[in-house]
Design a protein around this ligand. Structure first.
Ligand code: ZN
Length: 217
């Protein structure tokens, strides 16, 4: 079982990882995607999670694994059809996650109109930091998101540029899936996604919130 560590000392067994696609305009442009009318949602299984210091294993059926650094929300309270103005009460903590994506496989699946799980949910596809308790993050909608590969900056964005804001994301997702304590939401990636290869050292950081260091085996 995978566990989320919160700065209060409380651990949450992780249920599901709900992910939001296409939530930053520049990232939509860099992939040549259309801006969706409704939020794009997909799920990573808890088995895809790895933690600080662990290694990403790129599956042999892909030759193009991309990093996507994202603000991660840890759900602390159960809810269904949560109104946006109550959504923040359901967030126990904030962290940083990397939504690893097999871009070549995802491209083939997209073309055929097939689900993305094989490209998004493979073992090690979800590196996740520890979480800092929500009360210690003054404004989660104004956080810098950085990602470096071998010390070189690849992503440098801010959560102020999200298309769908955090309360709207939590509210909308809860209309599709009951949110439970230990669920994690990844809120989409800013621009700068690119390929990682064996031997790379990847650091994702949200200054003041979390840092996550992983390698590629
Ligand atoms: Zn993503």
């Amino acid at each position: 079982m995978k566990t989320a560590h919160l700065s209060t000392g409380r651990d949450f067994p992780i249920g599901k990882v709900l992910c939001l696609g296409r939530n930053y305009a520049e990232h939509i442009r860099e992939l040549g995607n259309e801006t969706p009318e409704a939020p794009v949602i997909f799920i990573k299984p808890a088995s895809s999670i790895i933690g600080e210091g662990e290694a990403i294993v790129i599956p042999p059926y892909s030759n193009d694994c991309h990093h996507e650094a994202e603000l991660a929300l840890l759900i602390g309270r159960r809810g269904k059809d949560i109104p946006a103005d109550r959504a923040m009460e359901h967030i126990a903590g904030y962290g940083v996650g990397i939504d690893l994506t097999l871009r070549d496989i995802q491209g083939e699946l997209k073309k055929k109109g097939l689900p993305w799980e094989i490209a998004k949910g493979f073992d090690t596809a979800c590196p996740l930091s520890a979480f800092v308790e929500a009360s210690r993050v003054a404004n989660p909608q104004n956080l810098r998101i950085l990602l470096t590969v071998n010390g070189r900056k690849r992503q440098d964005g801010t959560t102020s540029m999200m298309i769908h804001r955090i309360p709207a994301i939590v509210s909308h997702m809860s209309t599709r899936f009951t949110l439970e304590p230990g669920d994690v939401i990844l809120t989409g990636t800013p621009a700068g996604v690119s390929r990682i290869v064996s031997g790379d050292r990847v650091v994702a950081e949200i200054p003041g919130v979390a840092t996550l260091r992983v390698s590629v085996s």
